[in-house]
Design a protein around this ligand. Structure first.
Ligand SMILES: [Zn+2]
Length: 517
């Protein structure tokens, strides 16, 4: 029997607000000193009252609008009661039946184009530019707002545990999908695209390793369209692990079902070292939490169009819109576009460079007018140098960093110099490295170091003749028809000219000289 995986996701995201959800304590995920950012409110002292953080509400709604959600007119907070040492109040303020956002969707690309973060240093020549296939809509059930818990620390070998409440009360957004996902790869794609959107929106850094984004999956296997027994998997701290754990769990359940046994409804955890899931506990039902409306907080009325329009206006260009625009405006391959979309700052830098290049093309129009094809060649050249040579120099650093010294104007000038044949590709590498180091403009570097390409044919002829006289063996090889001999001689001339000769001119002159004798 064929079993179809039916997968839903529950994703928790820590919002990057200035203060905590219900008090004015600093929201600082990097605070190392335990129990530093705490106060009577987030410690749950008797007599204290929570106050709703407006910034957090706005950030959730912003996310909801970006994910095509409906924003109900009315919303409220509820108490979710459970006892655990990292929860000071003995309950968590969350949202039960009236979440801030509901009924949205996110379209994901299910092609094999990118199954992980793009590699910035992959050579552009190997970029295939695979065609994008139709996306798949994953429905979003709801997005609600709650508060995070503290953090338990279990010192190794000790017979006690410690608790740090710096995280307690940090605004936490929970997003729940419909069970529309049918493979581990799709689950990963969804989480990847969501993470990118959260970063574009500026609502969270969504760093999974830091616990800023936590993914839980619900999985059931079914021979028909009906839902089977649901198993939840937790402790997934990277996108790679989300995919791995699901692949493992799908296989585990398939084997159990094929043996005619039953799946237990439970929560399982991923053990990364062993690459397996293990049973943690049987799943609670919602009524175990005894939800009831939070009496200390007023209900929210959010339906006002002005309020929603104000938030809508803050939504920037989103990843998918950027992909489509880059395709249309710059005609780059999907793989190149993906790098510019993932590394947002690099994409922005590229656009500034192109804008400078367009100014240059415009200024050039007094002399010569470039055809569309030539302009496209210029754009592609700039893209190639940014994605390979510049990324190589950056070694993972960001162009948005203030230590990065190459201005878009200088980079555009650099691309124009290569385009015009004023410097060879070999010299270009040296010039770019120098620009990276000092921030100087390229023509300055070329002049100062005498790197301008030799276009004077008589000068190249002189070097060619010298090389011929010194390499009689290679000449004989060439006469015998050995392919490598010509390349060897070109190499010698290039080396003699310190890389400044135009390789094509060298080849032409060499051939002429060799066939003459
Ligand atoms: Zn506090």
């Amino acid at each position: 029997m064929r079993y179809k995986p039916i997968i839903g996701l529950e994703i928790h995201i820590e919002l990057n607000t200035r203060s905590k959800m219900f008090c004015s304590c600093k929201n600082d995920p990097d605070e190392k000193k335990p129990n530093f950012n705490v106060c009577p409110v987030c410690m749950g002292h008797p007599g204290t009252l929570p106050v709703i953080n407006e910034e957090a509400v706005r950030k959730v709604i912003k996310t909801g609008l970006a994910l095509n959600c409906k924003i109900p007119e009315h919303s409220k907070f509820d108490r979710k009661n459970y006892f655990y040492p990292d929860l000071p109040k003995g309950y968590q303020i969350s949202q039960y039946d009236m979440p801030l956002c509901k009924e949205g969707f996110l379209e994901i690309d299910t092609s094999t184009r990118t199954s992980s973060e793009p590699q910035p240093n992959s050579s552009v020549s190997t970029l295939s530019g695979a065609e994008r296939v139709d996306g798949k809509k994953i429905r979003i059930t709801r997005i609600h707002l709650e508060e995070d818990t503290g953090r338990l620390i279990h010192p190794e070998g000790a017979d006690y545990s410690l608790v740090d409440f710096n995280r307690a009360g940090i605004p936490l957004m929970e997003l729940v999908t419909e069970p529309d996902i049918t493979s581990a790869k799709e689950a990963r794609r969804f989480a990847e695209e969501l993470r990118l959107i959260l970063r574009y929106l500026g609502v969270s850094d969504a760093d999974m390793e830091k616990g800023q984004m936590r993914v839980e999956v619900n999985l059931s296997l079914s021979p028909d369209e009906k839902l089977g027994t649901k198993v939840e998997i937790k402790n997934l701290n990277s996108l790679r692990v989300v995919e791995k754990a699901l692949d493992y769990e799908i296989e585990r359940q398939r084997e159990i079902l094929q043996e005619g046994k039953k799946i237990v409804q439970e929560t399982r955890g991923w053990i990364d070292k062993k690459e397996i899931t293990v049973s943690q506990r049987e799943k609670e039902e919602a009524h175990d939490y005894r939800y009831f409306p939070e009496p200390d907080l007023p209900p929210l009325n959010l339906g006002k169009e002005d309020f929603l329009n104000e938030i809508r206006a803050e939504i920037p260009e989103l990843p998918q819109q950027r992909r489509e625009r880059f395709k249309k405006e710059y005609k780059l391959s999907d793989k190149e576009i993906e790098i510019f979309v993932f590394y947002k700052d690099l994409g922005e830098y590229f656009e500034k460079v192109i804008s400078e290049l367009r100014n240059w093309v415009k200024a050039l129009e007094f002399k010569t007018k470039l055809s569309d094809k030539e302009v496209q060649r210029l754009i592609q050249l700039a893209s190639n140098y940014i994605l390979t040579d510049l990324q190589g120099l950056l070694r993972g650093a960001l162009v948005a960093d203030e230590k990065f010294l190459i201005t878009p104007e200088n980079f555009a000038e650099f691309a124009a110099l290569i385009y015009e044949g004023k410097i060879s590709s070999k010299i270009a590498k040296m010039v770019l490295a120098e620009m990276f180091k000092t921030g100087a403009d390229p023509s300055h570097i070329i002049e100062e170091k005498g790197l301008e390409q030799i276009t004077d044919t008589s000068e190249i002829e002189k070097i060619v003749k010298e090389v011929i006289s010194k390499n009689q063996k290679a000449i004989k090889d060439f006469e015998k028809g050995k392919e490598g001999a010509l390349q060897f001689l070109i190499g010698q001339v290039m080396a003699q000219s310190k890389g400044k000769a135009n390789p094509q001119t060298v080849q032409d002159i060499l051939k002429k000289e060799l066939t003459k004798s």
